[in-house]
Design a protein around this ligand. Structure first.
Ligand SMILES: [Zn+2]
Length: 459
């Protein structure tokens, strides 16, 4: 088995990945707060961890990997959206979750094994908060429960900051009832018109951070293998998750490996509503950009580098994918991806290197290897729907000519005249004719790049 190496934010090094239990490899990724469509930046971690999920399933077997990604369905932003629109909170969150599934599916991502919703785990959060209070890590103040950051010596270790640095650098919410300005909310009171649950501290709702600690504990245990998310979540969200989980369950390690993806830009600029370059995944899909193109562009940059989305890259991606579909669409095969592709992905998820392998496979005319590798990465392989190559009928004289050339290719091969055989093969490729050579040329068709003049020119 290929050794998988991953860059662990916690140690700031690339490490050999050794699961706690290879029969149950466990990964948790922070999911969306559901009140609006996912923007393009939100899609990046989904795609990065989808590739990691595929790699782990390949390495350990699909039945031995558990991937959890949550939905935050109780949050002040959701409450605000409900107030602004006059709609029910439940209707907003249901609709947004449906959109999220549709949009992420269009990007070719697999569904995680569990998609817990915060509102389904309130009793577990209340229990964890109670436990933190009894262990001296949290305190009650004015109807709130706060985590006392000074009670946990490891606070700040993930992002490499001290509590004093954080106070100096962060926009912390100053509240008179906090013992330390960095103390964060585990539970807060709800007014009668806000969603709330009964608790020992009165009717209220959980803070954001406690969700992930409670749900990962319930579904993956006190120690699990990988925790992922965007690097914008490293502080404070992930620091707070670590503080809560390690204090509530000191017997465990919480997450052993932390992976963070870099952010996304658009045409070299930060995506923002004020710059007018803010768009959702759905906006792009509606403009006719195929989900596989979005996927391909995202994977062409390593996850620890900033990703720049450009229209030019999308055009290039579509051109490459069309070319490859033209090469592989007739190939009936299903097997493992090319080992070089797995090797690249095993090297800290080098998706850019994996795409370079696809280019190599295409130039080597390795139809089976290319098809299996495209499939593995969730990229298109069939001439159908959006990727249908051509609806052109093959004129009889073109058919005769192509069959004649394939016959000549066969002849040249049997005479070991490889120079001649390769010349014909390259000529057919250049003329936009896709041939499955492994069937001895039985299967062939025109791609949308078919050029009769180039066919005539084959000598
Ligand atoms: Zn989280």
């Amino acid at each position: 088995m290929t050794e998988i190496r991953l860059h662990n934010t916690k140690t700031r090094r690339k490490e050999v990945f050794t699961p706690i239990d290879p029969r149950d490899v466990r990964m948790y990724v922070c999911g969306p707060t559901v009140y609006d469509r996912a923007h393009l930046g939100n899609a990046r971690p989904v795609l990065v961890f989808d590739v990691l999920y595929r790699l782990l399933r390949h390495a350990y077997g699909p039945e031995h990997v558990t991937y959890v990604r949550n939905f935050t369905d109780v949050d002040d932003k959701i409450i605000r959206r409900a107030e602004e629109t006059g709609r029910e909170i439940g209707a907003i969150t249901e609709e947004t979750i449906r959109w999220y599934h549709e949009d992420m599916e269009a990007l070719g991502t697999l569904r995680p094994d569990h998609e817990p919703r915060a509102t389904e785990y309130i009793p577990q959060m209340v229990a964890m908060i109670g436990d933190l209070i009894s262990k001296g890590h949290a305190y009650v103040a004015e109807g709130h429960v706060l985590f006392a950051v000074e009670s946990y010596a490891g606070y700040g270790a993930l992002s490499g900051r001290t509590v004093d640095d954080m106070i100096a650098g962060a926009r912390v919410e100053v509240a008179p009832y906090k013992r330390n300005p960095m103390d964060f909310v585990l539970w807060k009171p709800s007014s009668p018109d806000q969603p709330g649950w009964d608790s020992p501290w009165g009717r209220g709702r959980p803070g954001w951070h406690i969700e992930c600690s409670a749900m990962s504990y319930e579904l993956l245990g006190e120690s699990f293998d990988i925790h992922g998310g965007g690097n914008d979540l490293m502080f404070p969200h992930h620091e707070n998750e670590i503080a809560q989980s390690c204090c509530a369950h000191p017997e465990g390690d919480f997450a052993r490996v932390w992976l963070h993806n870099e952010m996304l830009q658009v045409e070299g600029k930060k995506m923002s509503k004020s710059l007018g370059n803010f768009f959702t995944v759905r906006d792009l899909l509606d403009q006719g950009v195929p989900g596989e193109v979005i996927r391909f562009v995202m994977l062409s940059t390593h996850y620890r580098k900033p990703m720049d989305w450009t229209a030019e890259k999308a055009k290039d991606a579509e051109r490459n994918l069309r070319k490859w579909v033209g090469i592989v669409h007739l190939k009936e095969t299903s097997g493992p991806p090319d080992p070089r592709l797995v090797e690249e992905l095993s090297n800290d998820l080098n998706t850019a290197g994996a795409i370079a392998v696809l280019h190599k496979l295409a130039s080597e005319q390795d139809c089976a290897g290319l098809k299996n590798s495209l499939e593995f990465l969730g990229l298109p392989t069939r001439s159908e729907g959006r990727w249908a190559l051509t609806s052109q009928r093959v004129p009889r004289e073109v058919g005769d000519q192509v069959r004649g050339l394939i016959e000549e290719w066969r002849q040249a091969r049997s005479e070991k005249n490889y120079q001649r055989a390769d010349k014909i093969r390259d000529g057919l490729g250049a003329a936009g004719i896709s041939v499955d050579y492994s069937t001895n040329g039985e299967n062939w068709g025109l791609t949308e790049y078919f050029d009769p003049a180039k066919l005539e020119a084959i000598q």
